[in-house]
Design a protein around this ligand. Structure first.
Ligand code: HEC
Length: 106
């Protein structure tokens, strides 16, 4: 019960969102990525480079982590992310997930 109250207090105090990334920090950290993915992750330098803008946060964290672990292989992307910390990955994912992505007609 005390644990539950503590969790609710944390949520009310806004402690929980601090566990996700920081979009402003992510924007700073995205400068090297911009060369290929565009400043907001929306204007890739080549048509076979992916857009990152508007992509889901969880997917971005997963994709970057997979390049880092080698589970997903790309000779281009693997060296780009090898030195990123967990925090860097979360900040970058937060930044790109908050950009306006493609609008799809349903
Ligand atoms: C030299 C060009 C280049 C740079 C710089 C670069 N990327 Fe990439 N990125 C690519 C290419 C090419 C791919 C597609 C690779 C593949 O086929 O898996 C890609 C794929 C990705 C994907 C997977 C997207 C998807 O839809 O699955 C993410 C996420 C990503 N990059 C994030 C980043 C981040 C974050 C940075 C900066 C730290 C960065 N990239 C820097 C070229 C680049």
């Amino acid at each position: 019960m005390n644990k539950l109250i503590a969790i609710i207090c944390c949520l009310l105090l806004g402690v929980a969102p601090a566990l996700a990334g920081d979009a402003a920090a992510g924007k700073d950290k995205s400068k090297t990525c911009a060369a290929c993915h565009g400043p907001e992750g929306n204007t890739p330098a080549a048509p076979d480079f992916p857009r990152l803008a508007g992509q889901h946060y969880d997917y971005l964290v997963k994709a970057i982590s997979a390049y880092q672990s080698g589970a997903r292989k790309s000779p281009v992307m693997m060296p780009m992310v090898e030195k990123l910390s967990k925090r860097d990955i979360e900040d970058l994912a937060e930044f790109y997930s908050r950009q306006q992505g493609l609008v799809v007609k349903y």
